[in-house]
Ligand binder design. Structure first.
Ligand code: MRU
Length: 371
């Protein structure tokens, strides 16, 4: 996607041919700054501190982290150490393990001399796969926005509500939930996005609002609690969110607060769609509420808030009384029954085991022979 006319991806190999460039997302929206990663530990730090975030992007950056390790020392023990360090950065998004395993599998049968080149080739393939996948999600999701455009009153745009940031900053390019929005906008469909601010880290207010603005998509940032009210008053035509892990039965784990939006959508008959690439499906998991590990982050993300002062300084202030405890659950699980449909690179399907298997038939497990 473009920033002020210049095409960017959210991760890239620098001109030296080996170091890895990222956009430091902790500086947005007040400053656009890039960073260069040169070690696997740099990549792990960038993921842990959320300089890069979003399930597909952390997978891609972790893959490049293994490349940096393979370039420095490609012995089995060194790679395993980097793998463990990268995997430990964030527990919920399954794309992280998916990408790390893909690179490790590509290196497994190679001698150490050949491993760095093979790792870079695999990481590049993961990045290209993500771009193609998100583009296809955008094409499939655009049809749902077109259908909503036909149902809405002619005098207003289609109103989409989204939560957190599942745009191009969260993937390598295009995004998941926002790819259909960009494609609808580019096709000339009048569209407006309600952007949940997404406390405590404000990915909506700082990242989604920024990237929609850079692309010229009309949007309004709302407090996280406003969505239900807007839905009751017919001001949301459809919701589209991303996901960090979707189970084989269609339960959707995403940024904290997603579940409450799904409940409000259900109560008001508003379609609630979840956009995801194949790399986000955890085929080994069934009941998302019981089985998905939910990341718990520092309480300071709840007790403090960072922003720009009127004189241009970036400042962090405390918003809670001294001594109040705070808890910071980063994700929640929306049971499949509240999800209208999943938007994948292979098409739109029911949020169910049958729906997913219809699109991914290769995941069918052969029935066990009787006797
Ligand atoms: O904690 P974050 O910012 O990494 O959480 C991101 C989300 O919850 C996104 O919705 C999800 O990763 C899908 S990104 C295409």
């Amino acid at each position: 996607m473009k920033i002020d006319g210049v095409a960017y991806r959210s991760v890239w190999v620098e001109e030296d041919g080996w170091s890895v460039g990222i956009i430091d997302q902790t500086r947005l929206p007040h400053a656009f700054a890039t960073l260069t990663l040169t070690t696997a530990s740099d990549a792990a730090r960038a993921i842990r501190t959320m300089q890069v975030r979003g399930a597909p992007l952390i997978g891609a950056v972790a893959a490049y982290g293994l490349c940096l390790q393979a370039r420095a020392d490609a012995a089995d023990a060194a790679l395993k150490h980097a793998y463990d360090e990268l995997l430990a950065t964030r527990p919920t998004a399954v794309n992280l393990k998916w990408a790390l395993d893909r690179v490790m599998a590509a290196l497994a049968n190679l001698g150490t001399q050949a491993r760095a080149a093979a790792a870079y080739a695999e990481a590049a393939a993961i990045a290209e796969d993500d771009i193609a996948t998100c583009r296809a999600i955008g094409q499939h999701g655009r049809g749902l926005i077109e259908a909503a455009a036909k149902r809405r009153p002619a005098d207003r745009p289609v109103n989409v509500l989204t939560h957190c940031n599942a745009g191009w900053l969260a993937t390598v390019d295009w995004g998941t939930a926002l790819a259909p929005v960009y494609m609808a906008h580019d096709a000339g469909i009048p569209i407006h996005v309600w952007v949940d601010e997404t406390r405590p880290r404000n990915q909506g207010a700082s990242l989604t609002a920024w990237e929609l603005g850079k692309h010229g998509v009309r949007h309004t940032v709302i407090a996280d609690n406003a969505g239900g009210h807007l839905m009751q008053h017919g001001r949301v035509d459809l919701c589209i969110v991303g996901t960090d892990r979707t189970t084989a039965q269609g339960d959707v784990c995403n940024k904290i607060g997603t579940y409450l939006k799904a409940l409000a959508a259900h109560d008001n008959g508003v379609p609630f769609y979840v956009a995801l690439p194949h790399s986000t499906i955890d085929w080994a998991t069934g009941d998302g509420v019981k089985e998905i590990p939910i990341e718990e982050r520092s309480a300071s993300e709840v007790t403090e808030i960072t922003g720009r002062t009127t004189d241009g300084r970036i400042a962090t202030v405390t918003i809670t009384p001294a001594g109040s405890a705070a808890a910071n659950f980063a994700f929640d699980v929306t049971p499949a029954r509240y999800v209208t449909a999943l938007i994948t690179e292979r098409g739109v399907c029911a949020a169910s085991r049958e729906g997913l298997l219809a699109l991914y038939p290769e995941r069918h497990r052969p029935a066990r022979a009787a006797g």
